[in-house]
Design a protein around this ligand. Structure first.
Ligand code: OSB
Ligand code: MG
Length: 357
């Protein structure tokens, strides 16, 4: 397999309305699409959608690295093969640029899976599941609007709802959560503080919010506050999940090796540098008795396609994946296989990722 063309295009995602989290407001996203063509005419797609505040490189740095790397691929005897297929090729992937590495690795895996005649999830794991559960991300602010959004999601078939909390008084979050719980029926409710509380604030907020019917809380305290996170997890009424913390070097290792009170990891392939490093972390977590699920970092459909294949290949599919964000974007393509239906994504069975131009 020789690469006969390698190109890079900008991708700008405009949000229908800004998404507010405790860490900030997202109105638009800037990233890149990598397209590799091999000598048999197969096309492999990869996406880089940097999220610098989450610890990836900036869009400028990402573009610089990808622009520098792609011409070399064009003339190479074959694409660099990542992970177990590397044969010494790993150094051809960019270091310290997780979003750029993600895009390049994803496009190479897409081609490799097509060449082997396997859906990407099957290339990643022979035990891959045929579908993945997805959570609905509720974006409304007021309790009334949230209740309506939750009712709609449940009627559509979502079994897990996710609500952003923190960055406002706990009493307000309590009212917002009560509205969601009232509308959720049998659906689980996941909350995400995006690091918005101090340890004492988190302690109190979790007492108030973390009762029955709350599946877990993502990242109650700042990414760096790893020890506070572990202390809180030992006492909190609901399980705590590490998300932002995993972007820090050594954080995953510390969580995996210290007597684990944090039992769940939120895996963002864009932040962790690609599908294979993320799968390796999920497998390591499973060996330690910890659970993991995949979420997007507000990515385009290509990155979510890769993430959906990865989610299907994780050791366990118990937790819903955070991949139901397409409706938040103005320029989301109408019809594609990675749009959740009844709260699930059914993986394409065609070779590769099943992403087409
Ligand atoms: O999990 C989801 O449903 C969507 C992903 C999401 O919430 C998110 C999107 C961008 C940045 C951070 C986060 C997060 O999970 O904290
Ligand atoms: Mg989160």
């Amino acid at each position: 397999m020789r690469i006969v063309d390698a190109s890079l295009e900008r991708l700008r995602l405009e949000m229908v309305r800004p998404l507010r989290t405790a860490a900030g407001v997202y109105a638009a996203r800037e990233g890149f699409v990598v397209r590799l063509v091999d000598d048999a005419g197969r096309v492999g797609w990869g996406e880089a959608m940097p999220l610098a505040e989450f610890g990836t490189e900036t869009p400028e740095a990402c573009e610089r690295v990808l622009t520098a790397l792609l011409p070399a691929l064009r003339d190479a005897a074959g694409p660099p093969l990542p992970g177990p297929w590397a044969e010494g090729g790993e150094e051809r992937f960019p270091a310290n640029h997780p979003a750029a590495r993600h895009a390049l690795e994803q496009a190479c895996l897409d081609l490799l899976a097509q060449r082997r005649g396997l859906p990407l999830c099957q290339l990643l794991s022979s035990g891959a599941r045929a579908e993945v559960l997805v959570n609905a991300l509720l974006g409304a602010a007021s309790p009334e609007d949230l209740a309506q959004e939750a009712r709609r999601a449940v009627a559509e078939g979502y079994e897990t709802l996710k609500l952003k909390v923190a960055g406002r008084p706990v009493e307000e979050d309590a009212a917002r959560l009560a509205a969601v719980r009232g509308a959720a029926g049998a659906a689980r409710v996941r909350i995400d503080a995006n690091g918005g509380w101090t340890e004492p604030e988190a302690e109190r907020a979790l007492e108030v919010l973390g009762g029955e019917g709350v599946e877990l809380c993502e990242q109650p305290v700042a990414a760096e506050a790893l020890e506070a996170l572990c202390r809180l997890a030992a006492r909190a009424p609901c399980p705590l999940a590490a998300d932002e913390s995993l972007a820090l070097p050594e954080a995953a290792r510390k969580l995996l090796t210290s007597a684990p009170t944090v039992r769940v990891l939120v895996l963002k392939p864009m932040v962790l540098g690609g599908l294979l490093p993320t799968l390796a972390l999920a497998r390591e977590a499973a060996r330690q008795g910890m659970a993991a699920y995949v979420t997007s970092s507000l990515d385009g459909v290509i990155a979510r396609a890769g993430a959906a294949h990865l989610a299907a290949a994780l050791p366990s599919g118990r937790y819903a994946s955070g991949l139901g964000v397409g409706h938040l974007f103005r320029n989301e393509p109408d019809l594609h296989p990675f749009r959740p239906l009844r709260g699930r994504i059914l993986l394409p069975r065609t070779p590769g990722q099943g992403v087409h131009s």
